[in-house]
Design a protein around this ligand. Sequence first.
Ligand SMILES: C[S@@+](CC[C@H](N)C(=O)[O-])C[C@H]1O[C@@H](n2cnc3c(N)ncnc32)[C@H](O)[C@@H]1O
Length: 246
Amino acid sequence: MYGSGYAEIYDLIHSWWRGKDYDTEAAEVTEMIRARMPEASSLLDVACGTGIHLARFAESFDHIEGLDLSEAMLSVARRRMPAAELRQGDMRSLDLPRRFDAITCMFTAIAHQTEVELDETLRRFARHLNPGGVVVVDPWWFPETFIEGYVSAEVMTPDHRSIARVSHATREGDWSRMEVHYLVVDEKTGIRHFTEPYRHRLITRGQYEQALRDAGFTTEYLEGFHSGRGLFLGVLTTVSPEQETT
Ligand SMILES: C[S@@+](CC[C@H](N)C(=O)[O-])C[C@H]1O[C@@H](n2cnc3c(N)ncnc32)[C@H](O)[C@@H]1O
C-alpha cells in the first residue's frame, strides 16, 4: 500500500483529476477545530500522506507536524514542505515527545486496522492532546454504506504522461478489499504497471463513537462531509492517568 509509484501520482489523481478539494477541507476542519478550541495553535496530521492538508494547516496553526507509515508518501510531503517536522511512524504505536491542540487523521487512513487497534490508536491520540484538544477522524465507509463490487475506470493525461486507473472493490467478512491497477506511460520510460491493494475495516458508526468515548472524547458525527462518508469530531474531556503523569 502507498508505494513509490503511487506516491508520485497521488496528488495528480486525487487533487487534480478526481477533484478532491483539499483547500476547502483544510479550511473547514480548521474552523471546526477552532469552534471547539479557539486557542488551538498546534496540530498533528496523522497519516499525512503527501502533506496536502498539512500545507494548508501550516497557514493557520503556529506549530504543525505530520506522521505517516509510508516513506514514499512522506518523501513527496518533504518536497512540498522541506522545513516541516515529518516523521515516519505507525499511528497504532504513536509515541511523540510532545502534545498538540488538535490531531487530524484524514481520508480513511484510520480504517486500515482492526477495532482493537482503533481503540489503541485513539487512546494514543488522547495521550498526545492537551486537555480540551480536538481530534478529527475521517472514516472509511460503514458496513451498510460500502458498495460491494464497485468498479471505477479513468484515463487522465495530466502532463507528459498518460495514466489509466481501474479499481474493483470486494468484501471479505468485516473488511473491504479494493484493488487498484495503474498504467503510467510516458515517452522516456515507456509503460509501467503497478497494483495498489487496500484493506479497510468496515467499522460501524457506533464502534467509532464507542472507541472515541472510551479514549476520553466527546463524540460528534457530521454526516456527508466532502467524500460522503462523514467526519467524526471529538473533544478530549477525560484526562487519563497516563496523561497526568506525562
Ligand atoms: C488515503 S491516504 C491519505 C493521506 C492524506 N491524509 C490525505 O488526505 O491525502 C492514507 C495514508 O495513511 C497512511 N497510513 C496507513 N496506515 C497507517 C498507520 N498505521 N500509521 C500511519 N499512517 C498510515 C498511508 O501511508 C497513507 O499515506
